[in-house]
Ligand binder design. Sequence first.
Ligand code: G6P
Length: 368
Amino acid sequence: GAASKGDYRHFMLKEIFEQPEVIAATLEGRLGERSVPVESFGPDAETLFERAKQVHIVACGTSFHAGLVARYWLERYAGVPVQVEVASEYRYRTVVVPEGTLFVTLSQSGETADTLAALRFAREQGYLGSVAICNVPGSSLVRESDLTLMTQAGPEIGVASTKAFTTQLAALMLLTLALGRVKGLATETQAELVGALRELPKRVSQVLELDGEIEALSTAFAEKHHALFLGRGAHFPIALEGALKLKEISYIHAEAYPAGELKHGPLALVDSEMPVISVAPNDELLDKLKSNLQEVRARGGELFVFADERVGIEAQEGVHVLCLPHVHDALAPILYTVPLQLLSYHVAVLKGTDVDQPRNLAKSVTVE
Ligand code: G6P
């Protein structure tokens, strides 16, 4: 039957709250005791992964941001060079494809015109083979790819993608572990990540409990015209995704920067009218991030920091801190996506926009 909003005011909110469940469903049956069985990707996966020397990832919109996170993961854990590109650029340029390159597409719908065209173009470029990570069984992308890994997000109605993104990330971590296993990733590291993945749905539920606090923070944004999102490492793409969500549904102009690039331009924009949102998981870049935040504060920017509970960043005048439960640093990009989704949602509700069907946008862009 037709999807229903249940008790939720919007599909988007319902879909945000479904994430613990759909992430668990995406992992279901694909986690071994201490590793990810390569066969999850199909009977031919082992041979294909063994031959893969690098990876090209192509996607659009939110799915592209998932690809950017995967680059950090695949290079770190599988040790293979990765390139990530938006499909509309990729399909129209001369692409150099080194021998032994795996082609990966990411798409919620499996029908995005540019992503599909990119796959068809790639077939002529001498790739090793193609993998699609997709949410719609039987979609064009799934039918035309050599290997598929289905996300189990269920129907996503809100135009702004939420649960499709976090399930794509879960699937990409499975791909990372499967490829990593073939490429000799330490068995201890594999076991550690598998354990962290098992815990992930619970952690996401804990973050959802912060909804009331995030709603309270959202009032600071309703009258603003611009916002800046900062992240470092694999959280730079999460900052990009946070900015995209805010743009899509609240129509507030938002940009994302890797925090280390702040002084190369965006710092000039920072004043008391520019809220700055930062994700601060407890990883090795934390100290650097802290000093970036001080630079913002020194220019009067109001800071909103989503931080690991163990980090010890303290709230003060002009600095709002929201603590998230501790999670394995590799999985933090998935966890830190959630408060940014909620923040955009509440800002959009305050602004009275059409949250599920923002102006000028479509759920699936099936024409160029
Ligand atoms: C549209 C949607 C986005 C989505 C993008 C890619 O722009 O509004 O939410 O991320 O298409 O869609 P896909 O189905 O390929 O993931």
